[in-house]
Design a protein around this ligand. Sequence first.
Ligand SMILES: NC(=O)c1ccc[n+]([C@@H]2O[C@H](COP(=O)([O-])OP(=O)(O)OC[C@H]3O[C@@H](n4cnc5c(N)ncnc54)[C@H](OP(=O)(O)O)[C@@H]3O)[C@@H](O)[C@H]2O)c1
Length: 192
Amino acid sequence: MKTQYYTATSLDGFLATEDDSLDWLFPLGSLKDSSYPEFISKVGALAMGSATYEWMVRNAETVAAETGSPWPYMQPTWVFSSRNLPTIDGAAIRFVKGDVRTVHSEMRAAAGDMNIWVVGGGDLAGQFHDAGLLDELIVQIGSATLGKGKPLFPRRVLSPSLRLVSVHQMGAGMAELRYTVDIGRAAGVGTV
Ligand SMILES: NC(=O)c1ccc[n+]([C@@H]2O[C@H](COP(=O)([O-])OP(=O)(O)OC[C@H]3O[C@@H](n4cnc5c(N)ncnc54)[C@H](OP(=O)(O)O)[C@@H]3O)[C@@H](O)[C@H]2O)c1
C-alpha cells in the first residue's frame, strides 16, 4: 500500500518540454518492455495535475490507437485543477483542488490494498512529499537532455532521506532508479 511517483525524465531532470511535448521520450523505449506492466497491475488509484491530464485529452486519438482506449486506466483517477476541464468518455475521473492530504485519504480508501500512483507533474509529486505521503520514487532516466522544461521534482531533498534501492538498465535509452523515501528523516525538505 505505497504511494509512488513513477515517471520518466530526461537526463537533465525534465518531464516534458516547456510546451508539454513528450515527443523526445517515445523513441527511447517502449512501455511494454519496461517495469510498467507489473507496476500498473498493482495500482488502485491515480493522481495527476491538469497539464498531465490535458496532454491525455489532446492526445486521446494517439493513446486510443496505441492502447485501444482514449483513457487507458481502469483505476479511478483524481485530477488536480482549479479550472473546469473537459472529461474523457469512459474515464473514472474526479476533479479536485487544494490540499493533497484530503484527496490522499479518499484515494487510499478507493485503492484498498493496492498502491497509489502519483503520475505527475513534479510539483504535484512534491506536494505529496511535503505532506509526508510519498513512499517511493521510481524514475526512468532517458538518454536525452532538454535544456529546459517541466521539472521532475522541484524540491530540495537532502541526504539521507532518499534511499537508492535498485538500478536497472533498459537498453541504451533508459535507466530506472528506484528510491524509497525515508519520511522520518526527510529533514532537508524545501521548495526551490
Ligand atoms: N515524462 C513522463 O513520464 C511524464 C509524467 C507525467 C507528466 N508528464 C508531462 O509533464 C508535464 C507536467 O506538467 P506540469 O509540471 O505543469 O504539472 P501538472 O501537475 O501536470 O500540472 C500542473 C497544474 O495542475 C494544477 N494543480 C496542481 N496542484 C494542484 C492543487 N493542489 N490544486 C489545484 N490544482 C492543482 C495547476 O493548474 P490549474 O489549477 O490551472 O489547472 C497546476 O498548474 C505535462 O506535459 C505531462 O504530460 C510527463
